[in-house]
Design a binder for this molecule. Structure first.
Ligand SMILES: [Zn+2]
Length: 121
């Protein structure tokens, strides 16, 4: 995650695979490629387009921010926008959302047999 902040807009670049830290050179290359808008092949364009997400958030109204990821282009909201807004204290994530358990693993072994409906133990 690499952030460029001005008075009105916060622009954050997030690597597609969040484990990789972005360098300022990678971001410069990304911006230069899209500024020049000259691509040797469509595959090169797709590779560059999908390498990182550019999240741009106006500080006055974070909901009117934009992101370059496919879910945002489809639904006009995405997890990146909310996460960056929460990082810069423009919004807060409700406690009810934090309480939901994520990624719980399935129990090992065979699933339990169904009990008979009309028999009491
Ligand atoms: Zn996004």
């Amino acid at each position: 995650m690499l952030t460029q902040r001005s008075e009105e807009v916060i622009i954050t670049f997030i690597a597609k695979k969040c484990l990789i830290n972005l360098t300022s050179e990678q971001v410069r290359e990304y911006k230069r490629s899209f500024h020049e808008n000259h691509w040797p092949s469509f595959d090169t364009y797709v590779e560059m387009r999908m390498s990182m997400w550019a999240v741009s958030i106006p500080t006055e109204n974070w909901k009117s921010g934009t992101c370059s990821c496919p879910p945002f282009l489809k639904k006009h909201k995405c997890k990146h926008l909310i996460a960056v807004a929460a990082t810069f204290n423009l919004t807060s994530i409700p406690i009810s959302a934090k309480a939901i358990v994520l990624g719980q693993k399935k129990k090992r072994g065979r699933p339990a047999k169904a009990t008979k409906a009309l028999v009491r133990d």
